[in-house]
Design a protein around this ligand. Structure first.
Ligand code: BES
Ligand code: MN
Ligand code: ZN
Length: 497
C-alpha cells in the first residue's frame, strides 16, 4: 500500500481529480458530505441516495460509475450514519467498508475523501492512523507457509487521503505507516509456525532489524545466561532441544545521558505447559506465546522507521517450554538471577520464570521505565476478554504517572489497556514452604498474582506489566495475530520524545 496526502481546494478541485475512485460520505438523513456535494454536479449522487440504493447507515456502500462532470472513473458512496455526530465507531466501520470495496475494484489508485476532521473527540491524525492501519489489515496475507498461495489481491494499491497537508498531518501519516509496518512484522512472527519461528529465528529477526535501522544488537546464549545466573529462565529451557536466546536491541536515538525506556518481551516460541502439560484442543495457539517478543520487535521496526529521538532498549527472553526427561518437574526449586529462590509448582506458569530474570537484567540500564509485554495468563482473558490489555503497576506517584501515559497512549491509538491492581496482599498467595516464592498463586486473581510475582523483581526502577493474553491474537475462523500492542507502545514512546 502506498499513501499520500493531498488538499483539494477551489483551485485543485476534487471534481477534476483524475483517479480510479473517490470515496465520499453520505448520511442517514440523506445529507451529503462536503466532498460528495462537490462531486454531485449532475445530481446523480443525490438521486442515488433518494432512490434508497444506499441507506447511509455506517458501513453501507454504493459504487457509482461514469458520473458526469467528474475526473473520477468511480465514486464510492460510504454511509457514515448520523451527520450530527460522526462517532469513532461509525468512522471506523466506514473506513473498513471503503477498503473492502477498494479491494475488488478494477482500479489501482483511489482517493479517500471522508470527513476526517469531523470525528467526535478525535483529530485528523487519528483518522489518518485509522485508515492506514485498516488498509494494511485489508491486504495482510497469511499464506506465507502455503504451497498454493491465496489469490494475489487486486484492487486499490495507492491511496490519496484528502486532507490539509500540514506538518502535523504529514507527521501523523509517517508515524501511522511506521506503526502499521511494525504491526505487520508482529503479526507475521506471531502467525509463523513454532517449528519455523524458534528462539534462533527471533534472534535472526532482531539482527536483521539491527542491520536495517542501525540498532545495536546482542544475543546471549546458554553459557552466557549461566554466567549471569539466570537459573529461573534456564529452568524453562531444560526440556527443549531448541537453544534459548536472550536478545538485547538498542536504539539510542536520544541524548546519551538520557535514561532509556526498556521493553521486555516474553518470547516462548511454543508453550506446551512442560510437565504440567496443557490439554490438546487449541494447543496450537501456544505458538502465539511469543507475541510479547514479537511486539517488541514490531515496535522497534516502527521506531527505527520513524528515527525516534529517544533511547529505547528491547530485551527478549526466548525459549520453548517442552516436557522431556530433562524438563523441570513440579516442586523443583530454582534460583533466579536476583537470588530469590522459586518453587516451580506448575511448569505451565513459565512466562513469569523467564521474565523475572529478564527484569533483573534490566537493572543495569538505569532505566527511566521498564515495560514488560507478555501473553502471561489465561486468567487475564477471563478478567478482560479480548478488548483490553491488562495494565499492572504499583501506585506511587511515579507509577501512577507511567500508568496514565500508557492508558492515554492506548486510548489515542485505539489499542486500549485497562488498569488492574498490584498490591502487597497478593504476595500472601505466592508463599512457599520451601522457597522464597512459589511460581503460582493460591486460587483467585490469576492475572494479578502473576503480575505480583513479577513485581518482586522490579523494585529498583519504575515498571509496568502488560498482559496481552487476550489481545495479541484472535481464535476461531479468523485466527491470526492482531499486531497489538504495537500501536499502544509506539504511541507511548512517541509521546515521550
Ligand atoms: N501462555 C500461557 C497463558 C495463556 C493461556 C495465554 C491461554 C493465552 C491463552 C501461560 O504460560 C500459562 O500457561 N499460564 C497458566 C498459568 C497457571 C498455570 C497458573 C494459565 O494461565 O493457565
Ligand atoms: Mn504456560
Ligand atoms: Zn506461556
Amino acid at each position: 500500500m502506498d499513501f499520500s496526502i493531498k488538499a483539494f481546494d477551489t483551485k485543485n478541485t476534487i471534481t477534476s481529480a483524475k483517479t480510479g475512485c473517490v470515496a465520499v460520505a453520505v448520511f442517514e438523513n440523506k445529507k451529503l458530505s462536503q466532498a460528495a456535494k462537490a462531486l454531485d454536479q449532475s445530481g446523480e449522487i443525490t438521486a442515488a441516495l433518494k432512490s434508497g440504493d444506499i441507506t447511509g447507515k455506517a458501513g453501507s456502500t454504493l459504487l457509482l460509475r461514469g458520473i458526469s462532470g467528474t475526473g473520477a472513473a468511480r465514486i464510492l458512496l460510504v454511509g457514515l450514519g448520523n451527520d450530527e455526530t460522526v462517532s469513532e465507531k461509525s468512522f471506523t466501520s466506514a473506513v473498513n467498508a471503503t477498503l473492502k470495496a477498494f479491494a475488488s475494484l478494477g482500479a489501482a489508485d483511489a482517493i479517500i475523501a471522508l470527513p476526517m476532521t469531523d470525528v467526535k473527540e478525535r483529530d485528523v491524525s487519528w483518522a489518518v492512523r485509522t485508515i492506514v492501519c485498516a488498509a494494511h489489515e485489508s491486504v495482510f496475507r497469511t499464506d506465507g507457509q502455503k504451497s498454493k498461495k491465496d489469490p494475489v489481491p487486486t484492487g486499490v494499491r495507492k491511496i490519496t487521503l484528502a486532507a490539509d497537508a500540514t506538518g502535523d498531518v504529514k507527521t501523523a501519516l509517517a508515524q501511522a505507516i511506521a506503526i502499521a509496518n511494525g504491526m505487520d512484522l508482529t503479526k507475521e512472527l506471531g502467525n509463523l509456525s513454532a517449528n519455523v519461528c524458534t528462539p534462533a529465528y527471533l534472534a535472526d529477526t532482531a539482527r536483521k532489524l539491527a542491520k536495517d535501522y542501525k540498532f545495536d544488537v546482542e544475543v546471549l546464549d546458554r553459557k552466557q545466561l549461566q554466567a549471569l545466573k539466570m537459573g529461573s529462565f534456564l529452568s524453562v529451557t531444560n526440556g527443549s532441544e531448541e537453544a534459548p536466546k536472550f536478545i538485547v536491541l538498542k536504539h539510542m536515538g536520544g541524548k546519551s545521558k538520557d535514561a532509556p525506556v526498556v521493553l521486555v518481551g516474553k518470547g516462548i516460541t511454543f508453550d506446551t505447559g512442560g510437565i504440567s502439560i496443557k490439554a490438546g484442543p487449541g494447543m496450537d495457539e501456544m505458538k502465539y506465546d511469543m507475541c510479547g517478543a514479537a511486539s517488541v520487535l514490531g515496535t522497534f521496526r516502527a521506531i527505527g522507521e520513524m528515527g525516534l529521538k529517544l533511547n529505547v532498549i528491547g530485551v527478549i527472553a526466548a525459549c520453548e517450554n517442552m516436557p522431556s526427561g530433562r524438563a523441570t518437574k513440579p516442586g523443583d526449586i530454582v534460583t533466579s538471577m536476583n537470588g530469590l529462590t522459586i518453587e516451580v509448582l506448575n511448569t505451565d506458569a513459565e512466562g513469569r520464570l523467564v521474565l523475572c530474570d529478564a527484569l533483573t537484567y534490566c537493572e543495569r540500564f538505569n532505566p527511566a521505565a521498564v515495560i514488560d509485554i507478555a501473553t502471561l495468563t489465561g486468567a487475564c482473558v477471563v478478567a478482560l476478554g479480548h478488548h483490553n490489555t491488562g495494565l499492572f503497576t504499583r501506585t506511587d506517584d511515579a507509577h501512577e504517572k507511567l500508568a496514565g501515559e500508557l492508558l492515554a497512549a492506548g486510548k489515542a491509538a485505539s489499542d486500549t489497556a485497562w488498569r488492574m491492581p498490584i498490591e502487597e496482599v497478593y504476595n500472601e498467595q505466592l508463599k512457599s514452604n520451601f522457597a522464597d516464592l512459589a511460581n503460582i498463586g493460591t486460587p483467585g486473581g490469576g492475572s494479578v498474582t502473576a503480575a505480583c510475582f513479577l513485581e518482586n523483581f522490579t523494585r529498583k526502577y519504575t515498571w509496568a506489566h502488560l498482559d496481552i493474553a487476550g489481545t495479541a491474537w484472535k481464535s476461531g475462523g479468523a485466527k491470526g495475530a492482531t499486531g497489538r500492542p504495537v500501536p499502544l507502545l509506539s504511541t507511548f514512546l512517541i509521546n515521550r520524545v
